[in-house]
Design a protein around this ligand. Structure first.
Ligand SMILES: [Zn+2]
Length: 459
């Protein structure tokens, strides 16, 4: 049915598509930014300044609430806790969390059991699908109330940069439907959500001018989207010394890793600050950058744990595990997100007391295998040494070599590769041949994401 509707939609003139897209936008606006959004946002703007004690107290209460729901109303967790011999009475506080088993999308799928809160009537559950990097879909459950909290958390991040999700207009670099590949226009208008939606699938030399025209002809306040997509346009702007007629107040990125060089190029091209956030479709946790660029935990949404990697427990890179605190429609307990982070005990000078992570490293499956059988994760950390390189990807097809595909920046010189080679060799312990390959672009995945590390031998 959905496909049929899509086919019909694509046959309509662009102006009618704008209208349909806008009507859908009005519906989404009511859903996301309805009456409770404002009060949620006000509460969150206050709670982000909570003391450490207040944060702990809040999380303790919410943690026990989530756990009770999981024990009583989630078929999967009932089964999972029973299988691991854990009773609710064993858990008195967050300090007992390690008595609970870890869980993952794989465990949930393998069980075949439902995992939403079955005390919520079906009509009140909102379902959405996430494909994830493995390509296997996973249904995410929310209620209007829980998704409003999520939107308010994202709204709080924007508020730190004087952006209002209700009032301000924006350019969204998106991967979703509304523009077909054979359409000449690269954007659709969405009056409902105050935005122009630009497709990321047409970002190429022959279309860049259309993107520039779109930006110049729209009075917008900020830009949002995948950093890898915005970077392509940023590079074009920088290489051609283009002066835009409108500059954003801020560029907000998310969904794939924001590397320091990417951040620098985007900031320079759009003459604006760049800020990033980390979240996941499952909605069990979130980190948002503050004004000082540190990733703060949105502690109202999830309780994080940083678990050693079994293959390399001494590494500063850890598995990110979340227990959901705000989404009572789908409580996920000790849920392995599949993402890797570098935690830190440092406090941030902005005054917020929530936990800070040094860096979001990337996906767990993004690793290189050495001939000795070592998994090298977090290889994308070396990209910060990639001076004068616009885009980069580590690609492995053979066990004894890696390809480093790179797109040259304007001031690129061959010795820029030397530092990169040195840093890579440090991590792979000189055990593999490194082939540098100069490419015109790095292809994105089907869902429009950029992958920093691609391995064809991990499968
Ligand atoms: Zn901070």
């Amino acid at each position: 049915m959905k496909n049929k509707l899509e086919t019909v939609y694509f046959l309509l003139p662009e102006i009618i598509q704008d209208l349909i897209f806008s009507i859908y936008g009005i519906y989404l606006r009511a859903l996301r930014f309805g009456r409770i959004y404002g009060s949620n946002l006000n509460n969150l703007l206050e709670s982000e300044w909570c003391s450490e004690n207040e944060i702990t107290r809040y999380q303790e209460i919410k943690f026990m609430e989530s756990l009770r729901i999981a024990f009583d109303h989630s078929e999967f967790y009932k089964f999972w806790f029973n299988k691991h011999g854990v009773k609710l009475s064993d858990i008195k506080a967050i300090s007992d969390i390690q008595k609970l088993p870890l869980s993952s999308k794989k465990d949930i799928r393998a069980s075949g059991l439902s995992y939403h809160n079955n005390s919520i009537p079906k009509y009140a559950l909102k379902k959405s699908l996430t494909s994830g990097t493995t390509g296997q879909s996973f249904t995410v459950y929310n209620t209007i109330k829980t998704s409003c909290i999520q939107w308010a958390i994202w709204g709080r991040h924007k508020k730190r940069f004087n952006i209002s999700m209700i009032r301000d207009k924006y350019l969204m670099f998106g991967a979703r439907v509304p523009i077909s590949l054979n359409s000449k226009r690269i954007f659709r208008k969405d009056f409902g959500l105050n935005r122009r939606y630009l497709t990321i699938y047409k970002l190429s030399e022959s279309n860049f001018e259309k993107y520039i025209d779109c930006i110049n002809n729209y009075r917008y306040d900020f830009i949002a989207g995948y950093p890898s997509s915005i970077l392509l346009l940023a590079n074009y702007i920088l290489q051609n010394n283009i002066t835009l007629l409108n500059y954003p107040k801020v560029v907000i990125t998310g969904s794939d890793a924001l590397f320091p060089e990417t951040k620098k190029s985007i900031a320079k091209a759009f003459r604006a600050e760049v800020t990033d956030q980390y979240g996941m479709a499952e909605g069990c946790g979130n980190f948002s950058q503050c004004e000082l660029g540190r990733y703060h935990l949105d502690f109202e949404m999830g309780f994080p744990e940083f678990i050693d990697m079994s293959e390399n427990p001494n590494s500063n890179i850890k598995h990110l595990v979340f227990t959901s605190l705000s989404n009572i429609a789908m409580p996920l307990i000790r849920y392995d997100t599949g993402d890797l982070v570098i935690p830190t005990n440092e406090k941030c000078n902005c005054g917020r007391k929530s936990i800070v992570v040094e860096r979001i490293v990337g996906r767990e499956e993004d690793y290189i295998l050495t001939p000795e059988g070592n998994k090298i994760q977090g290889l994308n950390q070396v990209f910060e040494y990639a001076n004068n390189i616009d885009m980069i990807q580590v690609y492995q097809e053979n066990i004894d070599s890696i390809e480093v595909r790179y797109v040259k920046g304007l001031k690129f010189e061959n010795q820029d590769l030397d530092r990169l080679k040195y840093e890579l060799n440090k991590r792979i312990q000189n055990s593999m041949k490194i082939n540098f390959i100069d490419v015109q672009n790095i292809p994105l995945t089907k869902s429009g994401k950029y992958k920093a590390v691609v391995s064809k031998i991990n499968l």
